[in-house]
Each structure stands twice: as structure tokens, then as C-alpha cells.
Write a protein that binds this ligand. Structure first.
Ligand SMILES: [Zn+2]
Length: 248
């Protein structure tokens, strides 16, 4: 809780990132959450990990130990055999109660225009998981508009566009959300004036806060707290939308 608002950080990473060398443990995350006033967080493996099962286990143990503070997301390497992909997602759901599946098209060349990618979205639907898609860096496969295709093909699925397209592609994320009611926007990394543009077109019940990296946490929270918008709008972005999506 900060400034009277509960906070659900919908974009955090636990584990060791092979690409950046960064290690961030569950206790690091909980310590930073306590310091910054974050009530709950969605914990996701880093985009490049040595062992995805071990990354899921690390997050899963933390989720089981702190079910009121943490929810888990699965993330699997590109082109793992389909049966192994489905099996590992099932394990994460049954063993740890994970709530989301992350896509990192900037590191895994998943092309949503190939029906070969459908099983990823089918697996999420089957387990009631929300698909969180990185958008922004990694164009063209991480263009926000591409995710309109699975959003239309799987209308029962919820998709969250992480980073809202980033500073360069934020307006494209607004287009995607405007045309697809099952697309949600996670606002990390865009600027405050861009958040106001997003709010002019997309209802706050489809917007949520995220930090992505611990260094950004205070800035991301401050960005939303300081917006000149009604308190209900800030409450929706900081807490309500994420609870409805990840902890219904
Ligand atoms: Zn991330």
C-alpha cells in the first residue's frame, strides 16, 4: 500500500538472466515490495534462462510460501516440442498454481501468424492462464498489433501487452486494445504523457502497472500515483485490473 492505494506489480522477474547476468531472488523481490509498498506481484522467469524448469521451481516455491504476495508465470523456450511445452505448463499450474504464460518475442521467434503457434494460446486457455506478451523492443515479432490475431482467434483468452508497446509503439498498443476487448495493457516503460493518451482511448479496467526491473519500481509507481486523473482510475491501474485478471 502506498499513498492509500494497494499495488499489484504485474511485471517482475525472479531468477538469473543469462543475457544480462542479473540475479534477483524471491527474497530480493519481497524486500523491494515491502520497501516500495507493493502488495502483490506477478513473478516471471527472465527471458533467457539456463533451465526453465528450475526457473519455474524457484518461482513456484516462492508462490507457495507467499500466496498472498506472489503469483507465478511460466515462460518456455521457443520451439520446445509441443508435448513438452504443454506438460511443463500443466506442471506449473497443478504444482504451483501459476496464473500466466509469458511470451518474449524479442528472444524467441514466435510468429503469431503461423498456426503452428496456436498451441501456445490453446495451452493458456486450457488452464485459464492469461498470456503476457512482451511488446516494443524486438520488432517486428513484438509489434503490439500482431497480438490482435490471437486475441481475435481466441476471444476467451486474456492477453496483456507488456510495456504497452514501449515509448515508440505505445499508440499501436492503443489501437490493438481499442479493437480487441480481450487485450489489456501493462504500462511499464512508457512516459506519463503517453499514459494519459492511453487513458483517453482505453478504459482503466484494462490497464495495469508493471516495473519489469527493480531499478524501475519507484519510478513506475510514482508515474501512476502522480497522474492527474480520478482516484478510481489510479486504483484500477495500480490494483483492481490486475486482481481481476490474475487472481479472479
Ligand atoms: Zn520483463
Amino acid at each position: 500500500m502506498k499513498s492509500g492505494f494497494r499495488i499489484y506489480d504485474t511485471h517482475t522477474h525472479i531468477g538469473t538472466a543469462v543475457h544480462s547476468g542479473q540475479t534477483y531472488t524471491a527474497s530480493d523481490l519481497l524486500r523491494d515490495m515491502d520497501r516500495a509498498g507493493v502488495d502483490r506481484a506477478l513473478a516471471i522467469p527472465f527471458p533467457v534462462v539456463e533451465d526453465h524448469r528450475a526457473a519455474h521451481d524457484e518461482i513456484g516455491r516462492a508462490v507457495l510460501a507467499h500466496p498472498d504476495r506472489l503469483a507465478g508465470a511460466a515462460y518456455l523456450p521457443a520451439f520446445l516440442a509441443e508435448a513438452r511445452f504443454r506438460e511443463e505448463v500443466r506442471r506449473c499450474v497443478e504444482q504451483y498454481g501459476f496464473r500466466a504464460l509469458k511470451l518474449q518475442p524479442q528472444y524467441q521467434p514466435v510468429n503469431v501468424f503461423f498456426s503452428r503457434s496456436d498451441y501456445i494460446f490453446e495451452t493458456a486457455l486450457e488452464h485459464g492462464l492469461t498470456v503476457v506478451c512482451h511488446t516494443g523492443s524486438g520488432v517486428p515479432l513484438s509489434l503490439p498489433s500482431l497480438f490482435m490475431m490471437p486475441a481475435r482467434k481466441f476471444p476467451g483468452l486474456k492477453l496483456v501487452l507488456a510495456h504497452c508497446g514501449g515509448t515508440l509503439l505505445a499508440l499501436e498498443a492503443v489501437v490493438a486494445a481499442s479493437f480487441c476487448p480481450n487485450i489489456y495493457l501493462e504500462l511499464s516503460s512508457i512516459l506519463p504523457h503517453q499514459v494519459l493518451t492511453v487513458l483517453a482511448h482505453v478504459e482503466p479496467s484494462r490497464l495495469m502497472i508493471g516495473s519489469d526491473l527493480p531499478e524501475n519500481l519507484d519510478a513506475e509507481i510514482g508515474k501512476i500515483l502522480e497522474l492527474s486523473v480520478p482516484a478510481e482510475t489510479r486504483a484500477a491501474i495500480l490494483w483492481d485490473t490486475a486482481c481481476r485478471v490474475f487472481n479472479p
